[in-house]
Design a protein around this ligand. Structure first.
Ligand code: NAP
Length: 455
């Protein structure tokens, strides 16, 4: 049995269920993929969780849209009587609120209500935090309660806490993350089995790694919300979703993946948060990652976040980025921490945005590129192409022309494929270079432009 917390004088926001009573009431908002797992663990592991938290975590109720709908795990481990369609009343009676509904409303209003009522909140809702994080953090700050969100970035992987707490004494320079399992699975299948995007996506849907409507994953929107959160944490600066440049994987072809392999790379969808002398930037896009980089080894639907810090050097956090059970681990970790904070009358780390660094425009990013183009196959063409790059201040690192390689086979008679890799250049310079290349006679087509990261 957990030791009963020592009774103390009633504090601000104290309730009948406060530490003195040895019980904290938990309101769970949502009983879906993640909520069901959290509910089951709160019941099955009640003794352990209570002992770790210092007070019993009593599941007071679970808010859903339709309490009558049959659902797995409810009626067996989780008593059906816990389900309610009255989320507001549930929140009003809680010490700790776990928001696992997703979406913006009513999640946002319910979190505000919980905070105003003095409850600490745990959420996995990256979309809500990326869009409305600052107002929610300010409200939590004013009320002196915790608003924790480990599960909002990369599911089970502890990354929010390491960046906020373990690295609080260091200086993070860059974060590169594979933070969307669906797209990593698709790209991995394309790399391993030579599938095209559509085939790999269909397979991901069959296996349950991708939604019936995979737009949020494939177009990078899910990763962009996580990039905004990671950039805000890493650089102590508010970075909103609108400030994240976002490009998904829908344009990645089997030929891109084959060309990447020929140059010693794999294609990954990366969420990148970076600090330069000019400010900070956050972006999501497919990128070529050298095969020797630890992120290249992240296979299937796994996630990983690679952090570069001045003193710690490179760090990598790896694990399952989604799924009910893995995500419930991060949610419950936050819940136990929030309970502990409550019991000592304290709180966990607040939002840290003191640095207020400028957030750079999308075209200010500096990186290397690999450009694949179809050109007339005759002497002098390479010199013309190189001149266009030089005119725009973009210098070439390597040039490859190998007609037998898979991405180059089958081009029209009299043409050849060039694979150019550049040194680091500004996004704006590269965009101008590509426009200019399209305008010269020997260039028949720019087949792909992919950034190279992690070199
Ligand atoms: P989900 O399966 O769609 O479940 C959502 C739950 O919220 C359902 O039980 C639903 O009720 C309830 N709900 C939705 N709107 C409601 C409303 N207006 N009033 C009352 N209840 C409402 O979602 P999920 O996959 O568990 O995801 C939950 C959150 O965790 C999201 O923010 C998501 O981004 C985040 N997350 C998910 C994963 C993952 O692997 N799934 C990983 C990391 C983070 P009904 O059951 O009655 O419809």
């Amino acid at each position: 049995m957990p030791a009963a917390p020592t009774p103390g004088p009633l504090r601000k926001n104290a309730r009948a269920t406060d530490p003195g009573a040895g019980v904290l009431r938990v309101a769970l908002l949502g009983c879906g993929v993640v909520g069901t797992q959290v509910a089951q663990r709160l019941i099955e592991h009640a003794d352990d969780l209570g002992a770790r938290a210092g007070a019993r975590l009593e599941l007071a109720g679970i808010a859903v849209r339709d309490a009558a709908r049959p659902r797995d795990g409810v009626g067996t481990v989780v008593p059906r009587e816990l389900l309610t369609e009255d989320a507001e009343s549930l929140v009003d009676g809680a010490d700790l609120v776990v928001e696992l509904m997703g979406g913006i409303e009513p999640a946002r209003a319910l979190i505000h209500r919980a905070i105003a009522g003095g409850a600490s909140v745990v959420t996995a809702n990256k979309a809500l935090l990326a869009a409305h994080g600052p107002e929610l953090f300010e409200a939590a700050d004013a009320a002196g309660v915790d608003l924790s969100f480990e599960a909002a970035v990369a599911g089970a992987i502890p990354i929010v806490r390491p960046v906020r707490e373990s690295l609080a004494g260091d200086h993070v320079r860059r974060v590169l993350g594979i933070v969307n399992g669906t797209t990593n699975y698709v790209l991995d299948q394309m790399t391993t089995h030579g599938l095209d995007l559509e085939e790999a996506l269909k397979e991901a849907q069959t296996l349950g790694y991708a939604e019936a409507d995979p737009t949020a994953d494939v177009e990078g929107h899910d990763a962009a919300a996580k990039a905004a959160i990671l950039a805000s944490l890493a650089f102590h600066t508010r970075v909103s979703l609108a400030q994240v440049a976002c490009e998904g994987i829908s344009g990645v072809t089997a030929a891109d993946v084959a060309a990447a392999q020929q140059t010693g790379h794999v294609v990954k969808l990366l969420a990148i948060a970076e600090q330069t002398a000019e400010g900070v930037s956050a972006r999501v896009h497919p990128a070529l990652v050298p095969v020797a980089h630890p992120l290249a080894a992240v296979r299937g639907a796994f996630n990983a976040v690679f952090v570069e810090a001045d003193d710690a050097g490179p760090l990598m956090f790896y694990g399952q980025g989604a799924g009910g059970r893995p995500t419930s681990s991060a949610v419950l970790g936050d819940l136990v921490s929030a309970a502990r904070d409550r019991l000592v009358g304290g709180r966990g780390p607040r939002e840290s945005a003191y640095a207020s660094l400028p957030v750079l425009p999308h075209d200010a990013a500096v990186t290397r590129y690999q450009v694949r183009l179809v050109v007339a196959d005759r002497p002098g063409v390479l010199a013309q192409v190189a001149q266009v790059l030089a005119d725009h201040g973009v210098s070439i690192d390597t040039v490859r022309q190998a007609p037998d390689e898979p991405y180059a086979v089958g081009v029209a008679e009299g043409t050849a494929v060039l694979l150019l890799t550049t040194h680091a250049a500004r996004e704006a310079s590269l965009a101008a270079t590509v426009t200019a290349l399209r305008g010269i006679e020997p260039v028949r087509e720019i087949t792909s432009v992919l950034r190279v990261e992690g070199a």
